[in-house]
Ligand binder design. Structure first.
Ligand code: AMP
Length: 358
């Protein structure tokens, strides 16, 4: 079976690496020059909206998925006779922060207070309703904190010029950031990984701990219930990630991704079945795999540079994943996962890893 994957970055690369033991083949579509998934599977170098040759290619594929949610939902790759999972509607909702937050609210899922803002005058008018501090975000094409500004004072707001449709949302004084990786099969079967605690630096995920320490059963169930509501509403198939702000026993949904997610990378070594394999099992109609833990995990992203590989590999229990990408400031070039039986050993090993990561 050959699976078409829109987007040829590290997520696609890790999907393919998880799929080979299942006997699956892959064809990536990516307009960029040298996508890192191209080192492990063939790539069609083509813009997602270019229809040239797409119908012939689709005839060779059994299912199409995506590893990148900024693919236009009207792409010809998503409109053939081939099954597309997750469904295109999930892509439409999650690539627009306004539709996404409205979807959460309709399903009774708490979010920060928000309002659409399309012009400078609307921004001024909305400040008193949302309150200060607040965060202005572009509705589309924002990721890793890009396309966002924190507004602390009325003067901050006066300096902003709005050039794209935005949403303004309240700034949440959260206790911490958590995410859930959920998966739903074609037959409606669901599975959930334990909530992960995420630490960001400069708007980019730096570290994820799984299971997150000190999560009550009720908060885990709340996250699973929220994810289930979204997946049922969207008739979802595949892996879904939802990022939350935790505030006491409350979870406020920040955003979701209709794909495998950086905060789920721990699952390659830390779970019985990785998020990548479970995504593939779901979209190909196979039974889902156990999301059980193999220990306590911590994943650290390598952003902008690669540490001394010899030293990393000399740390017992450190698993290195390099994406074969040229290091550049702010670019994710790999990650390291540590899995351990005890919190003490995990923390000790993680501190050894962190000493090597710039
Ligand atoms: P996002 O691109 O929406 O995931 O935002 C990137 C990061 O900015 C989040 O992981 C938070 O650390 C921070 N952030 C985003 N929105 C808010 C908010 N409403 N209140 C507080 N922090 C936020």
């Amino acid at each position: 079976m050959t699976i078409g994957v829109l987007g040829g970055g590290q997520l696609g690369r890790m999907i393919a690496l998880a799929g080979y033991p299942l006997g699956l083949r892959f064809l990536f579509v990516d307009p960029s020059e040298d996508p890192c998934a191209g080192r492990v599977a063939p790539v069609v170098k083509q813009h997602y909206m270019d229809a040239q040759g797409v119908q012939e290619r689709l005839r060779q594929l059994q299912v199409v998925t995506y590893e990148f949610e900024n693919v236009d939902a009207d792409s010809p790759w998503l409109a053939g006779d081939v099954d597309v999972y997750p469904p295109v509607e999930a892509l439409r909702v999650t690539q627009d922060r306004l539709l996404e937050k409205r979807c959460f609210r309709e399903l009774g899922i708490e979010t920060p207070t928000f309002t659409p803002v399309d012009s400078d005058s609307e921004l001024q008018g909305s400040l008193s309703r949302i309150g200060l501090p607040c965060v202005l975000k572009t509705r589309r094409f924002g990721y890793d904190g890009k396309g966002q500004s924190v507004i602390r004072t009325v003067d901050d707001a006066a300096e902003i010029e709005i050039h794209a449709a935005c949403i303004l949302e309240s700034f949440v004084q959260f206790d911490r950031e958590l995410s859930i990786i959920a998966v739903r099969g074609k037959n409606g079967e669901t599975a959930f990984y334990p909530l992960v605690e995420n630490e960001h630096r400069n708007g980019i995920l730096y570290k994820s701990i799984s299971p997150s320490p000190n999560v009550s059963k009720s908060v885990q169930s709340l996250a699973e219930d929220y994810a289930r509501r979204v997946m049922e509403k969207l008739d979802y198939v595949g892996v879904l990630a939802i990022e939350f702000f935790q505030y006491g026993e409350r979870l406020l949904a920040n955003e979701m991704a209709p794909r495998v997610h950086n905060s789920g990378h721990f699952s390659i070594e830390g779970s019985d079945t990785s998020q990548f394999e479970n995504h593939l099992r779901a979209i190909t109609g196979l039974p889902l795999g156990s999301t059980g833990e193999r220990g306590l995990s911590c994943m650290i992203n390598l952003v902008g540079s690669i540490p001394d590989i010899d030293k990393v590999l000399a740390i017992p229990g450190a698993h290195l994943h390099l994406y074969d990408k040229e290091p550049r400031p702010g670019r994710k070039v790999g990650h390291i996962t540590v899995v351990s039986d005890s919190r003490e050993t995990l923390e000790l090993t993680v501190s050894q890893v962190e000493a090597l990561v710039g």
